[in-house]
Write a protein that binds this ligand. Sequence first.
Ligand SMILES: Cc1cc2nc3c(=O)[nH]c(=O)nc-3n(C[C@H](O)[C@H](O)[C@H](O)COP(=O)(O)OP(=O)(O)OC[C@H]3O[C@@H](n4cnc5c(N)ncnc54)[C@H](O)[C@@H]3O)c2cc1C
Length: 240
Amino acid sequence: METVEADLLILGAGGAGLCAALHAADRAPGLAITVAVKGLLGRAGCTRMVQGGYNAVLTPPDSLEAHFLDTLRGGAWINDQELVWTLVNEAPRRVLELEARYGCFFDRTDDGRIHQKPFAGQSHDRTIHKGDLTGIEIMNRLTEQVWARPSIRALEEHRAVELLQDDAGRVGGALLLDMRRGSFVLARSRATLLAMGGGPTMYKVIACSADKAADGIALAYRAGRRSRTWRWSSSTPRAS
Ligand SMILES: Cc1cc2nc3c(=O)[nH]c(=O)nc-3n(C[C@H](O)[C@H](O)[C@H](O)COP(=O)(O)OP(=O)(O)OC[C@H]3O[C@@H](n4cnc5c(N)ncnc54)[C@H](O)[C@@H]3O)c2cc1C
């Protein structure tokens, strides 16, 4: 079986996966980073499908608190509030990073500020956009940045099917399926990051990219269950 070695293995290449790869590459240029994606780099996943735009608080009278409450209300109050706060708190920085560091062009007002439009569930004009092609703009620019960094290797049409774990349950990479050749690839890594999106295909009616089938959630669930059942003995055989 073909084996790939990396310091950091990122599974999934939507906005989350590509931003993680870029952050890691820029923070530690010596790192060998591998991004494995079920589809084509920059083409797969839902980030490319974003039409509305990116919600972020930039100027008063909008506020982080208002964005936080709107998001909780939109999530029917079942959201993880720590995660929501991280989302709203980070959003302004991430938008500026997308523009100033990664080269995205968002629509502007006549006086040169980033244009923010009204959007569903938002109490203020908060949505930053590039016409209605915001996701394409973000993914194209992030993909260009990834291709420009030699420390990031992309494995396209490689589907993660299982996390690799040692006897103590520590994750050390993933088993990938090279879908072009129909063969398995063993990707070993010091750190593994799951950025495979959510699982919208569990619903009857969806508008999402069909490659989002809760794979990451399933992989993590199986790995968690396995690490718990293995804890009692390092000689316990691996569950199939
Ligand atoms: C039609 C539509 C419109 C939307 N509009 C908006 C909007 O206006 N504003 C907004 O904020 N959000 C919007 N969203 C939601 C937004 O797109 C997502 O929340 C966001 O893109 C998630 O980013 P991500 O990187 O986590 O996942 P994705 O961008 O979906 O990336 C997941 C990646 O994981 C890969 N992957 C999956 N399984 C595997 C596997 N087993 N092995 C390897 N790779 C795998 C996929 O190929 C893909 O590259 C919209 C979603 C849709 C579907």
